[in-house]
Design a protein around this ligand. Structure first.
Ligand code: AMP
Length: 189
């Protein structure tokens, strides 16, 4: 199995690049943000539980997020691998993902972090807000989420660096150029 984590702040291009990666490598895309948004849209019990947290730009508690992610992995028993997008965001999530994959005889092949500076992120997320109307992309909330990434979420990276699984790539430039750089890293696994 080829399991990848695409890591980066809001607006780094994780969703865009994930779509291209799953087509090229025939993987299953798991975006915890997309899954939560689908629950909210469908007004499931989980959606109702998390909708306020998400609208406020807060993280959903680990156990809720982990349970949802594991259920999604289990829905795809024949997957050639997964692209995890927006997960893990905490060390407990990273540890649990490793344990869960190990229980299936699998593991994370590598983590690729897209590097984009704060000014560029603010611009991109503002544009996305106009296009999608996402509440958590509104200026105040998105600033909070971007700050949360650089203050807290980024602390997950040393966990993978210690396992020699981390590669950082420049997330600014043409989409195709960034994709080519991602593929070069993945093809080296
Ligand atoms: P995203 O689309 O990845 O930016 O995620 C949107 C929102 O969903 C985040 O701001 C969090 O509220 C929630 N969320 C997504 N993934 C996670 C995660 N791994 N841990 C906690 N909350 C998450």
């Amino acid at each position: 199995m080829l399991n990848l984590v695409l890591f980066g702040p809001p607006g780094a291009g994780k969703g865009t690049q994930s779509e291209k990666l799953i087509n090229k490598y025939q993987l299953v895309h798991i975006s915890t943000g997309d899954l939560f948004r689908a629950h909210i849209k469908n007004q499931t019990a989980l959606g109702q539980k998390v909708s306020q947290l998400i609208a406020d730009g807060e993280l959903v508690p680990d156990q809720i997020t982990i349970d949802m992610l594991e259920e999604e992995i289990d829905k795809n028993p024949n997957a050639k691998g997964f692209v995890f997008d927006g997960f893990p965001r905490t060390i407990p999530q990273a540890i649990e993902l490793d344990k869960f994959l190990a229980s299936k005889g699998s593991s994370i092949a590598g983590v690729i972090a897209l590097d984009v500076d704060k000014d560029e992120l603010v611009k991109r997320v503002a544009l996305r807000q106009k296009e999608t109307g996402r509440l958590d992309d509104q200026a105040e909330k998105s600033q909070k989420r971007i700050d949360e990434y650089f203050n807290k979420i980024i602390l997950v990276l040393p966990y993978y660096d210690e396992q020699q699984k981390l590669t950082k790539i420049n997330g600014i430039g043409e989409i195709e150029e960034i994709f080519t750089n991602l593929c070069t890293v993945i093809d080296s696994y």
